[in-house]
Design a protein around this ligand. Structure first.
Ligand SMILES: Cc1cc2nc3c(=O)[nH]c(=O)nc-3n(C[C@H](O)[C@H](O)[C@H](O)COP(=O)(O)OP(=O)(O)OC[C@H]3O[C@@H](n4cnc5c(N)ncnc54)[C@H](O)[C@@H]3O)c2cc1C
Length: 393
């Protein structure tokens, strides 16, 4: 498949009529023909900032593609290779390509939980684009099956439109369906694990697809079997069980306050309220870059939580698996006064200090330096270790 062949370059039909004269996608027989594609770039594109491309068994693999455009931080260097995979076979082909070339692999969804290094990524980025949302009705319960590349929020919008309960509190979370089980997304008192029935994932070692039940996903606070085994699985499809006769979950304070005096809010009202709350808490992604909460809320021992409660009586604390989850945003703001702290173009967001925001042209170095500064201060002053939620490349 990937043997370089000295075959004649044929211009791809994809580029017919393309106004940029020498830019294009070229077939090299059925193989990728990296050397030839590179030669082409050298010959014709060296003075143009366009990526070289090649086609592998009908699949396009681009070279030297800026990853900034693929992440919500809008930061970072280029991927050596990038492919858009639309089905399981294409994912398999990409993995073979990477194996043959001995390349590292990054699985990418919507790039809303990733910080790409300024020097980029020297391997193959596989952007997952398996699409489709399917409904299977079984009495009051409806199974929603969605492709990993579908937009998470489009799935929530569809559920609300179909009058189905269960994921409305997860409205407005950026990214794809496939990444949702990786970190067991959660917001406003609801986590993905509450409705998830199964995940279909490709095992990178065996190249076979496998279905994981909810229990097998081994979910925890922003974690799962997929996150605990980085690089081992590619999520392909996700199935959720939603309820035609559900009830609102307004346990979370911000949300209950939005419905004071309202008897039974509808699904649409809950979605709107969540979106309104989120628009106050997160920056406008069209203006500034972010990956949402940069750090995980720490889970501390009961003794540590008691010590903190004595020192900071209004610090929010929640029972969690393995200890007590404490609000890091509260500590950064009230105990350490770090809201608005900055390094270069990166700062802790004024309205929610767990969120790091980046102005245009900020370097990833600014963000990691700010994150390290915050981690150091929390450790030195509060004796708590904190970890990033965001995947840092
Ligand atoms: C403004 C903002 C608000 C946010 N609010 C929330 C929130 O309320 N709650 C919350 O939980 N998160 C939140 N996030 C974080 C983020 O949206 C979620 O983590 C989301 O699930 C990431 O999806 P993605 O497709 O963008 O993943 P990416 O950023 O592309 O990838 C994230 C991780 O998942 C892996 N991955 C992606 N797709 C797959 C796949 N198909 N198979 C295997 N691995 C895969 C990647 O390799 C990477 O390790 C927020 C982010 C932003 C920018």
């Amino acid at each position: 498949m990937l043997v370089l062949q000295n075959t004649v370059l044929r211009k791809s039909p994809l580029t017919r009529g393309f106004s940029y004269p020498l830019a294009g996608i070229y077939y090299v027989g059925a193989s990728c023909g990296e050397r030839t594609a590179l030669t082409f770039r050298t010959m014709f594109w060296s003075s143009h900032p366009l990526p070289a491309r090649c086609i592998m068994l009908g699949m396009e693999i681009q070279e030297q593609v800026s990853l900034a455009q693929y992440t919500t931080f809008h930061i970072g260097g280029s991927a050596r290779y990038l492919a858009l995979a639309q089905d399981i076979q294409e994912v398999r082909e990409c993995l073979s390509f990477a194996k043959e070339k001995n390349l590292g692999v990054l699985i990418l969804g919507g790039g809303s939980n990733i910080l790409v290094h300024d020097i980029g990524f020297g391997g193959l980025v596989i952007k997952i684009e398996l699409s489709g949302i399917e409904l299977q009705k079984n009495g009051n319960e409806v199974l929603f099956v969605a492709g990993a590349g579908a937009s998470w929020d489009a799935l929530v919008a569809r559920a609300v439109q179909e009058n189905l309960w269960g994921i409305e509190n997860l409205s407005g979370i950026p990214g794809t369906v496939g990444a949702a089980p990786v970190q067991n997304i959660g917001a406003y008192g609801v986590e993905l694990k509450d409705t998830l029935v199964w995940v279909e994932a490709l095992d990178v070692e065996t190249k076979e697809a496998k279905k994981f039940t909810n229990t097998e996903c081994n979910f925890g606070y922003r974690t799962s079997v997929f996150k605990k085994n980085p690089g081992r699985y590619v999520v392909l499809r996700v199935a959720l069980a939603l309820d035609a006769h559900g009830t609102p979950n307004l346990a979370y304070r911000d949300l209950s306050e939005a419905f004071i005096g309202v008897q039974s809010p509808t699904l649409g009202q809950i979605r709107d309220a969540v979106l309104a709350i989120r628009s106050r808490k997160f920056p406008d992604l069209t203006q500034e870059g972010t990956a949402g909460s940069f750090f995980l809320n720490p889970i501390v021992s009961v003794e540590k939580a008691t010590e903190l409660a004595t020192q900071f009586p209004t610090l929010p604390q929640f029972t969690a698996e393995g200890g007590v989850k404490i609000s890091l945003a509260w500590l950064l703001d009230n105990a350490l006064g770090l809201k608005g702290a900055r390094v270069g173009g990166a700062r802790l967001f004024e309205r929610q200090p767990l969120v790091i925001v980046a102005q245009k042209n900020t370097s990833s170095r600014d963000i990691t330096e700010l994150a390290e500064k915050v981690q150091k201060e929390v450790k030195e002053k509060l004796r708590i270790e904190i970890e990033p939620e965001v995947k840092i490349l």
